[in-house]
Design a protein around this ligand. Sequence first.
Ligand code: ATP
Ligand code: MG
Length: 302
Amino acid sequence: MKKIIEVEHLRKVYGATVAVDDVSFEVVEGEIFGLLGPNGAGKTTTVECLQGLRRPDAGKLRVLGLDPQSDGRELRRRIGSQLQDSALPDRMRVWEALDLFSSFMPNSPDWRITMDQWGLTEKRRSSLSRLSGGQRQRLFVALALANNPKVIFLDEMTSGLDPAARHTAWDLIRAIRDRGTTVVMVTHFMDEAERLCDRLGIVDSGRLTALDTPQGLISTYAGQVRVVFSTEHADLSWLQGVPHVSRVNRHGPRVEVEGTGPVLARVAAALVERGVVPTDLRLEQPSLEDVFLSITGHTIQD
Ligand SMILES: Nc1ncnc2c1ncn2[C@@H]1O[C@H](COP(=O)(O)OP(=O)(O)OP(=O)(O)O)[C@@H](O)[C@H]1O
Ligand SMILES: [Mg+2]
């Protein structure tokens, strides 16, 4: 598989803050690659170094075979970059922004087609200030695609969107990838990372602490499943001795049993055998949330 991005031992320091600390990874053609981490983890710094927008203190970077520092101008012609909100005048109209951006780019697709693909035709005469959050995001992605990029960088693309708009944005990101553009995205949303990314790097305090597919991360770092049920039954100490059970937590009527493999069947059978009828019973698969906690020792909001 063709490597689109190569990062070796990237380091970036701001005064006493080590923003990015010895980070290495590769992104291959056609994937949605994500960096997931809490505020201040170094995600934006990393992707800005990749776009030649910040100068690394150490490390070797290659994007589309180019060095973002020495070939920055050439690189930025070939990559797509999601704009921040403030970058365009509020009074500019949707069609004007699309027209302007495609006029810079020699190999730009017809902006009217892009406008249509991203569902903006109806809003073409609206000024940017009058777009909803979701429409604005779609416009910024459409603008980032104006140069027909091989790779696009999206930094917190779905922040501030409502749930419906976030789902739409995910579909749009998949659509970009399906058209052959590699996607590098930054997020602090677990569900987004888990559902969208083919591979995912977990970043914490400047370090890349794990890198794999979401499912790979879950099976490596959060092996335990949880059987959850409710009961008023007083004594459940015997649950600890059921095969495949590793831990039992109880909060009032709510019981959580952690375990591995066929723990659900074992717990259900043991409950039946003792005549305990739980009011509900379900299996919770571990999530990226559990992975994050197990790797970093804290939740992403801490
Ligand atoms: N221009 C700057 N000058 C000084 N410190 C900076 C600068 N930019 C970032 N930092 C610091 O570097 C660290 C990493 O910041 P960065 O913006 O890369 O994090 P992030 O993972 O993108 O966070 P967020 O989720 O909040 O966007 C933080 O401690 C931040 O305060
Ligand atoms: Mg950031």
